[in-house]
Design a protein around this ligand. Structure first.
Ligand code: HEC
Ligand code: HEC
Length: 213
């Protein structure tokens, strides 16, 4: 007899494999071109005006913030997105009261504590402890970088964070960090989490100004 834990895993893998085949059938959509490079804070020191420097740094941070790895979990609707073309999540799942899904379709039914590789070139199922959707007030999809910047600074929409706490989140949070280790078949966000944290700190030191759009 197969132990219970393994039975559950086989079930999840079967669902996940079926879902992946569905997704592959929808191939051929536009894939975003993404740069793997992220500049360091030092590269912005030649900009003498502090406000201009802060804006240039935030534009650089936008390469991370607007990357599909982040946007997919900060969607415009109650449903997460998938893949580099940020298509709606298959199967349809909804945020639910706590970001962990509705009772019948919890994120943790499929998403474990770690990425799970399907083997071969079949990709992987993303995982991290605890995998859940960002609250609606933190939606970034379809927003301009300037709009994302303003809402990141707004405690009413950013989870009540000060700028220092926002910097700490970018530099330390595990779900943010997942963006650099997203599992097989998925492109990582550019740079490193350490560098992203350093850019956030430099942006704040220079006044945390936002781009106009
Ligand atoms: C029935 C299983 C199942 C459930 C339930 C589920 N997911 Fe997924 N999810 C998947 C699979 C499979 C993938 C991988 C698809 C792929 O990339 O090919 C995935 C991918 C994702 C991705 C894409 C990551 C990326 O950048 O490409 C996000 C984000 C995500 N899920 C969030 C959630 C959230 C949040 C919940 C709960 C509200 C949830 N999922 C519930 C199966 C599930
Ligand atoms: C699996 C889903 C998931 C992924 C992937 C994800 N986030 Fe989040 N994010 C969340 C959740 C959930 C919260 C709310 C947590 C809280 O407030 O404590 C959040 C909150 C945040 C916040 C807090 C402030 C605000 O206004 O949004 C920032 C900043 C953030 N995420 C950055 C990122 C970045 C950058 C990436 C990509 C590198 C990313 N996230 C990827 C789920 C995700």
């Amino acid at each position: 007899m197969i132990p219970k834990a393994n039975r559950k895993l086989s079930f999840v893998v079967a669902i996940a494999t079926a879902v992946t085949s569905l997704i592959n059938m929808g191939a051929g959509q536009q894939i975003f071109a993404i740069s793997a490079e992220l500049a360091t804070p030092a590269e912005f020191e030649s900009i003498s005006d502090k406000s201009e420097r802060a804006i240039a740094i935030f534009n650089e941070m936008g390469k991370v913030l607007q990357h599909p790895r982040c946007i997919n979990c900060h969607p415009r609707t109650d449903r997460p997105n998938q893949g580099d073309n940020m298509r709606p999540h298959i199967p349809p799942v909804a945020r639910g009261p706590d970001g962990l899904g509705k009772p019948a379709m919890r994120c943790t039914t499929c998403h474990g504590e770690k990425n799970f590789s399907f083997g071969g070139d079949r990709g992987s199922l993303p995982g991290h402890d605890v995998w859940h959707l960002a609250p609606a007030s933190m939606a970034w999809e379809d927003r301009s970088l300037g709009e994302i910047c303003e809402q990141l600074k707004d405690p009413a929409r950013n989870g009540g964070r000060t700028l220092a706490e926002l910097q700490e989140h970018n530099a330390e949070d595990g779900l943010v960090g997942w963006g650099w280790s997203p599992g097989e078949g998925r492109e990582a966000v550019p740079g490193s989490q350490e560098l992203f944290g350093a850019l956030t700190a430099a942006w704040i030191e220079n006044g945390a100004h936002c781009p106009d759009s």
